[in-house]
Ligand binder design. Sequence first.
Ligand code: ZN
Length: 66
Amino acid sequence: MKERVRTPQTCPKCGQAYTERPAYSRVDGSPICPDCGTREALESIGVSVEEQDKILGIIHEQYKPE
Ligand SMILES: [Zn+2]
């Protein structure tokens, strides 16, 4: 059974409200939105911002919110 957390949280990195399970910043361990979590992970392996945008675009196409 999937648990749906509806309480929106605000990401301290990008200021976006999100309701998904948070990711945790590699920098200070604070909860951040899944997008920023993905960006940090990609950045840590040397992926450029342009490539990060492309990858996030693909992720968003696959998980379209209703
Ligand atoms: Zn964010």
